[in-house]
Write a protein that binds this ligand. Sequence first.
Ligand SMILES: N[C@@H](CCCCC(O)O)C(=O)O
Ligand SMILES: [Mn+2]
Ligand SMILES: [Mn+2]
Ligand SMILES: [Mn+2]
Length: 314
Amino acid sequence: RPGKPSSSPFCKGQSRGGVEDGPERIRAAGLQRRLQQLGCAVKDYGNLTFEDMSPDEPMGLLKSVRAVGAANQKLSEAVRAVKEDGHTAVMLGGDHSLAIGSIHGHSAAVGELSVVWVDAHADINTPLTTYTGNIHGQPVSYLLHELRSKVPVLPNFSWLKPCVSAADVVFIGLRDVDPAEHYILKMLGVKTFSMSEVDQLGVARVMEETCDYLSARGKKPIHLSYDIDAIDPSVAPATGTPVVGGLTYREGVYITEHLCQTGLLSAVDLVEVNPLRGQTEEDVRSTVSTAVDLLLGCFGRVREGNHLPDYRLP
Ligand SMILES: N[C@@H](CCCCC(O)O)C(=O)O
Ligand SMILES: [Mn+2]
Ligand SMILES: [Mn+2]
Ligand SMILES: [Mn+2]
């Protein structure tokens, strides 16, 4: 299970500086070494560089449209290449608007895929329902076939074609969903496990139902798009849009352990880690450490322990 961090230090999908520093902090915490210790053949494709698009005038409410469009076009090509290299792609954000390019590129390589979106938010506002103009609150609407007529073609987005069906998406961790988003989720019948369902069913049942639901639709490659703000802010405070009542560290890790054992995990995004949003260095350390542990869970780390197949006692 080669882990392939390709990083996108990008922040224009939202308005708070600092999220572009997420990838470096995750690297500095030793992600590559710890993946290698799990037996992964890791290739770090490095940081994508994004050209300055200023003046990137707002379009109505929409902010940084040209920058977000160009960045995601570049990311899409990068993720496609990583997949065509035969790897599991890991995209370190950066903000969640990057899921547009990550999922588009993944789909360009593998065709139909399913998406597990772990997040406090649904990120399914359209350019016409958003009230903040931040594109990190909109990526899912840009990707769904069913919302094609609701997303105008925007500058630097002409490359983007919808590539995901609403029935192939599962949300886990929702607790801050806008009215328009809730309407869309109900209208499209999207499978969701909000924090109420996590409380009601427990995370093991949520994952069982998630995997049963997805396998009933054919065992498509899974794209896991993990927003660190799905985790409770007491554990992962250094993020742009924290919301109380989140997943415990244990629930967050259980989700990744369970998806790993399906053998269908084909690409992972880990986004919205923003070191500048931590009050203290400990806040940042805790957030980054949790992000690393979530990624290790995706690649086979289990809490009972691990040893390499060729290990022999001395
Ligand atoms: N629904 C809000 C908040 C989005 C949060 C984006 C990400 O952190 O999930 C918006 O549309 O701006
Ligand atoms: Mn290779
Ligand atoms: Mn998000
Ligand atoms: Mn979020």
